[in-house]
Ligand binder design. Structure first.
Ligand code: ADP
Ligand code: MG
Length: 382
């Protein structure tokens, strides 16, 4: 028998797994009606041929920012087509296009203007982009809404030049999406003042809301009756603890199902969810740690060492230990702060600033945020 046929015949708890994939955009987004409406309330201007205000969307990972923006985009494109209004909504994920040049070249390409990803000057690309707004044959102005997802990555990598250019292009409305509330620190005042943005905050989902979201998705993806009653509430509860992250909730549910298949079980039991949790955490930490630059790994090793020694970890003390660990091949004290920031963004550590009392200044105290065993495993065993 053909190996694929044989595997294909294996029983599965899934009816159609793709509905549990992150990239799948569901028809309904429970508990985000209000946020969708907020976006629509601004974007609706485009239907009257007025450039909508810029929009900024904040919220922790997995709170539905990407899904909502894509949903609103689909709806707007639909009605614009019906009403024959010249509106386009272009989506750019700034983890894929990390510089001003790349984003603008990408926009040109998405809009049918072939611009190379390297070789031209920035001015040439910007010129080609602005050319797209010249009146078309019907004399109708184009209004362009640009969704810049994970914009903090681009700002950190390439500065605010992109926003400078886009805010100075007529008929462009920017929708920025960020996981971090303080991403505007990367935008200089001259650009900030021309960003006419309205802010929309996405709160974390609570356990009950996650149950609703998971129910909706599970009906499409699992066969009838295979989920034990407690599976969805447990996934939801665990994800609610992880800052209301719907992506994590979906991962837990999918992985639990995969474990059931692996064990040739026709039912997904509650304990599979706990197993799934360990499995996902292990993979996540391993992925993060393995892709850290080696100097950064040394910083992390130093934090682990100090944690084991039960020492209070200040940046000064950390630098001392790090210097020993890196044996002469160390970066400057200044760079350590960048490393600390990045480790914190990755969720591996947390920092808090404490005051030592009058005249003694303030100090940063560092704490590990994930299980020591997991980290050690990731660092030393990959
Ligand atoms: N209200 C919702 N209803 C259904 N699915 C949702 C909802 N919110 C988020 N999701 C799903 O959870 C996952 C993470 O959402 P996403 O929009 O990528 O979060 P963010 O961009 O805020 O990190 C996606 O698979 C998305 O489809
Ligand atoms: Mg997103």
């Amino acid at each position: 028998m053909n190996i694929f046929e044989e595997l294909g015949e294996k029983k599965s708890v899934f009816k159609c797994k793709k509905f549990l994939d992150h990239r799948f955009l569901p028809e309904k987004l429970p508990h985000r009606e209000e946020q969708i409406k907020s976006v629509a309330k601004y974007w609706i201007e485009a239907l009257n041929s007025v450039t909508p205000p810029d929009v900024t969307i904040y919220g922790k990972t997995g709170t539905g920012k990407t899904a909502v923006s894509k949903f609103a985009r689909k709806q707007l494109e639909q009605i614009a087509k019906e009403k024959k209004v010249n509106v386009r909504v272009e989506y750019i994920r700034c983890t894929d296009y990390t510089t001003e040049y790349q984003v603008i070249a990408r926009l040109c390409q998405q809009m049918g203007r072939d611009v190379p990803y390297r070789g031209w000057t920035k001015a040439e690309v910007v010129h080609a982009f602005r050319d797209l707004f010249k009146k078309n044959v019907f004399g109708k102005d184009l209004i362009l809404i640009i969704i810049l997802d994970e914009i903090d990555i681009l700002l950190k990598n390439d500065g605010d030049g992109l926003l400078y250019t886009l805010t100075r292009t007529d008929n462009v409305s920017i929708a920025s999406i960020s996981n971090f509330v303080d991403f505007k620190q990367f935008i200089k005042p001259r650009v900030r003042s021309s960003l006419r943005d309205r802010e929309i905050v996405f709160p974390p989902y609570n356990a009950q809301q996650l149950v609703d979201i998971l129910k909706e998705r599970s009906e499409m993806s699992f066969k009838d009756g295979v989920l034990n009653n407690d599976v969805i509430p447990l996934c939801a509860a665990l994800a609610a603890k992880e800052e209301g992250d719907a992506r994590y909730a979906l991962d837990l549910l999918r992985t639990s199902g995969e474990l059931a298949d692996e064990k040739a079980s026709e039912t997904v039991f509650e304990n599979y969810v706990r197993e799934a949790k360990d499995y996902i955490e292990h993979n996540k930490v391993t992925d993060i740690v393995m892709t850290l630059p080696s100097q950064q790994q040394k910083v992390l090793e130093s934090i682990i060492y100090l944690t084991k020694e039960k020492e209070e970890i200040t940046s000064g003390r950390l630098y001392e230990v790090y210097k020993q660990f890196s044996k002469g091949d160390s970066v400057s004290y200044r760079r350590i702060f960048d490393f600390i920031n990045e480790l914190e963004m990755l969720g591996l550590i947390s920092t808090k600033t404490i005051s030592r009392g009058r005249g003694k200044g303030r100090t940063n105290i560092i704490d590990l945020q994930c299980e020591m065993g997991l980290l050690e495993d990731a660092i030393w065993n990959g």
